[in-house]
Design a binder for this molecule. Structure first.
Ligand code: NAP
Length: 312
């Protein structure tokens, strides 16, 4: 039985990945900064809370990381932990950088220290590319990060590449574009929109306030994105992969579809609030997943309109 360690198991991707690995017969241990107080409600929603072991781990504390790795002895580590909001990263840039860049480095160092053949997946982000416009970014596209979050993810990406090359670690980065599900917290704009559409359809007439509706994003379905993470660690050689649908849509289109799904016209219920515009926002985010299709046999089965329907 393979042993997996999922760092950040309480989050959206952690929950779906735990579900996938349990179904594949893995023993799954998940970390949280404080496992004693975390409710792990996402795992409870998926009905798998009792099948996962939990342990506390602070990614920014090397002793804590090494202690957990020594105790759990994982075959595979999935690092999904860290400050994950682009918006919050402008208000908490140091926390964002430390939890992502120092956190990843501590995991890589601990793996190196243990000298056992642990396979490592790191959650990188399509945000690293910056504004792609309508030209899809692939694994050879340059990084032009435009938020503290993206800067931190770019640093972590190069740490992984460096440790793979310098020390021969089996370490991979998944450069994932946005992926959504009902487990997304409402501070993310997609879930904020879905929650508001449902609330307004239920009779609450408080309008939904949003920022720039012209931005375009490549939105996929989270449960199938975690399959790509797993596949990366089953290859003979470690490598980096862009994971995306290959199609982008405007935020306005997402809003229109969400309100239409509950029988409403969004234009009667949405107000533009300029305070919600970000200091630097990406006009477009679009990924080219061809390498994942060719080498992993992975392809997104759901595009944005399906994602909206399933979230509603
Ligand atoms: P998420 O729901 O926010 O989960 C991330 C987990 O990390 C949280 O459950 C939390 O666990 C832990 N965490 C939060 N803030 C932290 C901090 N400051 N320091 C240390 N740990 C912290 O994120 P997700 O959507 O599942 O995404 C998983 C990973 O993929 C993240 O690294 C994210 O940045 C990356 N990613 C996500 C997307 C997407 O569209 N979802 C796209 C590209 C990349 P505890 O509170 O239990 O410690």
């Amino acid at each position: 039985m393979k042993q997996a360690l999922i760092c950040g198991v309480s989050g959206q991707d952690g929950a779906y990945l735990a579900q996938l690995l349990l179904a594949k017969g893995y023993k799954v241990c998940g970390t949280s900064r404080d496992a004693q107080i975390s409710s792990f409600h996402n795992l409870a929603r998926l009905g798998i809370r009792d099948r996962v072991q939990f342990t506390s781990m602070s990614l920014t504390d090397f002793r804590s990381v090494l202690q957990v790795l020594t105790k759990v002895k994982p075959d595979e580590i999935y690092n999904l932990a860290g400050q994950s909001s682009v918006a919050l990263s402008f208000d908490q840039p140091v926390e964002t950088l430390e939890s992502i860049a120092t956190g990843t480095l501590n995991l890589l160092e601990a793996i190196r220290f243990m000298s056992s053949p642990i396979k490592f997946y790191n959650a990188s982000s399509g945000e690293c590319f910056g504004d792609t416009g309508d030209t899809p970014a692939d694994e050879t596209s340059p990084f032009r990060p435009r938020s503290p979050y993206a800067v931190a993810k770019a640093a972590a990406f190069w740490e992984v590449a460096n440790y793979r090359e310098a020390y021969g670690l089996f370490a991979c980065s998944g450069i994932l574009f946005n992926h959504e599900s009902p487990l997304r917290p409402t501070r993310f704009v997609t879930q904020k929109i879905i929650a508001a559409a449902r609330r307004i359809a239920g009779g609450d007439m408080e309008p939904l306030k949003l920022g720039n509706l012209a931005v375009k994003r490549d939105w996929g379905w989270a449960p199938e994105y975690v399959e790509a993470m797993y596949l990366m660690l089953q290859q003979d050689q470690p490598d980096d992969f862009v994971i995306s649908t290959g199609q982008s849509h405007t935020l306005e289109d997402f809003v229109a579809k969400a309100f239409a799904a509950v029988g409403l016209d969004w234009r009667s219920h949405v107000e533009i609030d300029r305070t919600l515009f970000r200091p630097t926002d990406l006009a477009g985010g679009l990924g080219d997943p061809s390498k994942a299709k060719n080498k992993l046999g992975w392809q997104a089965r759901h595009q944005m309109p399906d994602v909206v329907k399933m979230m509603v």
